[in-house]
Design a protein around this ligand. Structure first.
Ligand code: FE
Ligand code: CA
Length: 508
């Protein structure tokens, strides 16, 4: 911990973050907003001590203001909020009763200081356009977060973070642009310090300040490849549960998530819906907390391995979402009324055969949970669902996949499309990791396993359009290149993929 804070004080990005007030600015981690609704949102900040360290104080009084204008002439809401060391002096304000479809500005006052002014918006009732940015996998050491500059310039309505927001591990032997300056977190103090370090990045902080976010986690927020309580270190579930609870608590403390989801700190509910007017439904899924252990592996062990001829992966009693979340999603799909149905979730959804046999797959993806995937596909082919997109991350590469009704048969006309966004800032996969994916998987339309970046999507009444934007993670001022565009008309369930730059192995 001491090591972490010492490193914090010398990092150049952090120096930029606190430049507005030498060292002791309590709002050095910035402000954030998230989970917008028609009448409100969540506002976030966390007060810290000198050098970004945890605040050495008990209860602290924080005042917030929400205004209709940037100068705070028309303040529409203000109030007092107590926070304390029990929540790492984080502040979560859940706001209701505001007007739909308009911008608001907000700020906090505490410890004699005023926070930066944040900007956010409520969800419109009717809207012609919904622009969302998809972000995944940001490894502090492996890249700068300059992609957020490009994202900020695109002025999205919502930034969806699909997981691996933080990384717990250092990967020795890989090139780094900066270092964590601390060991792998294993307890509450460690995870809090890791999240705080991330929020000192000026580009990440600015993206939080200017736009509402919707976040879901994947594995690295706790430990690579974990599945419910099964883990790669073979730690007994009872002991791993304490580490997971610490990681979950630190995550909720640092994200603009509704406190009402956080009833049980060791088992918070992350899955939820953020529907955008009458245009798009957005279901945000938790694919880590409730999932069965990976198939064909020892009890309580979870590592992403290449399975060959593992029949257990097809078992009907295996779950990815857990029964409650699955029932919740089924209810939403049965009552879907919006033209566009979006499922945001952490991991590769489509089948991905790693060789010509069709039986070699990764255990950590939905391929390890084939029956559970089949149940989701059944929901997506209901008449109520007209155009479904699965939005995924995790694999540090861009993919566009057709989803067929019987996903595993990989036959029949496409009924939905999956877009997998690459890492925003993390190492590309080792050469050959996915085999000759385009040859062995006829439903995969596009793949680029060499570039990092993000996805920018525009949804209108008539069409869904998305661009795969490649960003050099080694550059602080990167320029985006569009690798491919995906366009799907409302009347079609098949996407057109317009390739601007093919991956190394070609595409289409
Ligand atoms: Fe990742
Ligand atoms: Ca992951």
């Amino acid at each position: 911990m001491l090591g972490a804070m010492a490193a914090l004080t010398v990092r150049p990005a952090f120096a930029q973050g606190v430049s507005r007030s030498a060292g002791a600015y309590p709002f050095a981690l910035g402000v954030a907003s998230g989970d917008p609704a028609r009448d409100g949102f969540v506002l976030w900040t966390r007060l810290v001590g000198p050098g970004g360290a945890a605040l050495d104080a008990g209860a602290v009084h924080v005042r917030f203001e929400i205004a209709e204008d940037q100068q705070f002439r028309r303040v529409v809401r203000s109030g007092m909020h107590w926070t304390s060391h029990q929540r790492a002096h984080s502040v979560h304000i859940e706001v209701e009763g505001l007007d739909a479809g308009r911008r608001y500005w907000y700020r906090f006052h505490g410890l004699g200081a005023t926070s930066p002014v944040g900007r956010t918006a409520t969800v419109p009732i009717q809207t012609a356009r919904f622009r969302l940015a998809l972000s995944s996998c940001q490894h502090w050491e492996q890249g700068w977060f300059g992609a957020y500059r490009d994202m900020i310039a695109a002025d999205p309505d919502l930034i969806v973070q699909l997981g691996d927001y933080i990384y717990e591990q250092t990967y020795p032997g890989q090139p780094v642009v900066r270092t964590f300056g601390s060991d792998e977190p294993i307890d509450l103090e460690g995870y809090r310090a890791r999240h705080a370090l991330y929020r000192t990045d000026p580009d990440l902080q600015e993206a939080h300040r200017l736009f509402p976010w919707a976040v879901i986690w994947d594995d690295h927020e706790v430990l690579n490849d974990y599945a419910s309580l099964a883990n790669r270190e073979g730690v007994p579930p009872g002991i791993f549960a304490a580490r997971r609870a610490a990681a979950y608590q630190a995550y909720f403390e640092h994200m603009p998530l509704r406190p009402s989801l956080w009833g049980s700190p060791s088992a918070p509910q992350l899955y939820r819906a953020i529907d955008w007017g009458e245009l798009a439904s957005l279901s945000l899924l938790d694919t880590r907390q409730y999932r069965s252990s990976p198939p064909c592996s020892p009890p309580f062990s979870a590592r992403n391995v290449r399975l060959v001829d593992c029949h257990e992966r097809f078992r009907a009693d295996r779950t990815m979402l857990g029964s409650e979340q699955e029932t919740w999603l089924a209810g939403r799909m049965a009552n879907e009324r919006r033209p566009w149905t979006l499922l945001a979730q952490g991991i590769f959804f489509a089948p991905l055969s790693l060789d010509g046999s069709g039986q070699s797959v990764f255990s950590d993806q939905w391929d390890g949970y084939a029956a559970a995937r089949g149940r989701i596909m059944k929901q997506l082919v209901q008449p109520a669902v007209s155009n479904a997109f699965v939005l995924s991350g995790d694999v540090h590469s861009f993919w566009v996949n057709e989803l067929r009704p019987d996903a595993d048969a990989r036959e029949g006309p496409p009924v939905a499309t999956e877009i997998v966004t690459s890492a925003l800032a993390a190492q590309s996969p080792p050469e050959g990791r996915f085999g000759d994916a385009l040859v062995n998987n006829s439903h995969i339309r596009y793949s680029n396993v060499e570039r990092s970046g993000y996805v920018l999507a525009d949804i209108t009444q008539h069409a869904f359009g998305a661009a795969l934007r490649s960003i050099d993670r080694h550059s602080l001022r990167p320029k985006a290149q569009v690798l491919a565009k995906i366009i799907q008309e409302r009347s079609s369930s098949k996407a057109d993929v317009i390739v601007e730059r093919p991956g190394a192995k070609g595409s289409l």
